[in-house]
Write a protein that binds this ligand. Sequence first.
Ligand SMILES: [Fe+2]
Length: 249
Amino acid sequence: MRKHKQRIGKIIAIIPDCQVRPGVDTAHLSWIGNYLSEKQPDYIVQIGDFADMPSLNSHGKLIELEGRRYQDDVKSVHRAMESLLKPIKAVKNYYPELVLTMGNHEQRIDRVAEEQPKFLGTLSSADLQYAQSGWKVIPFLKPIKIQGIEFCHYFISGAMGRPVSSAASLLRERQCTAVQGHVQYTDLAFHKKTGNFGLFCGICYLHDEDYLTYQGNSTRRQIVMLHEVHDGTADPMFVSLEFLRHNYA
Ligand SMILES: [Fe+2]
């Protein structure tokens, strides 16, 4: 088999929203771990909402919240993170930079503690143990630049601070290559001259979300590899969970 000789630029792997919670299938996380341990990207970025935290859902009806437990949510996240990272950590002399940009679902924990001070010191997003797992944790909505490319759970525009609604508006807003998660759909827009792009990187879970319609649930499920990363440009490649199931399970 032909071995890679020389890497052109850096490789960044992006893992979109996983929405891990008790009772959902997380088998794909070990497929991703196997794939990444073989491809060995320089950076692995998890774009936020790795955790779903349904016990803290303030939008849900009381009947839907029945039986939800914070501790169960947190434990399911620990287990899922372990299955993602186990194959990667097993590779000798491979130490990718792990970066996790916190999502609104993780933010739920700190928001509850802030809104109800009685929980201060007992509930915290630190309970998810991302940092202990090796991730550099970037606060919710704080963009981080890696090799000239911006990453954030989502980007906002306008005076109202609303999330941008398309890859084209993301590109216009940031004026550089920028990647976000948060929404279910995948969107990609290249700038004609600079080669910069805006990317909505889709979703990375096997389960269906009840709040989405049948059509909403037919969205792309994937990770995204950025190859030839250099000075804020890159070559994106989509790797579907179905491909990973067939080749890396
Ligand atoms: Fe989100």
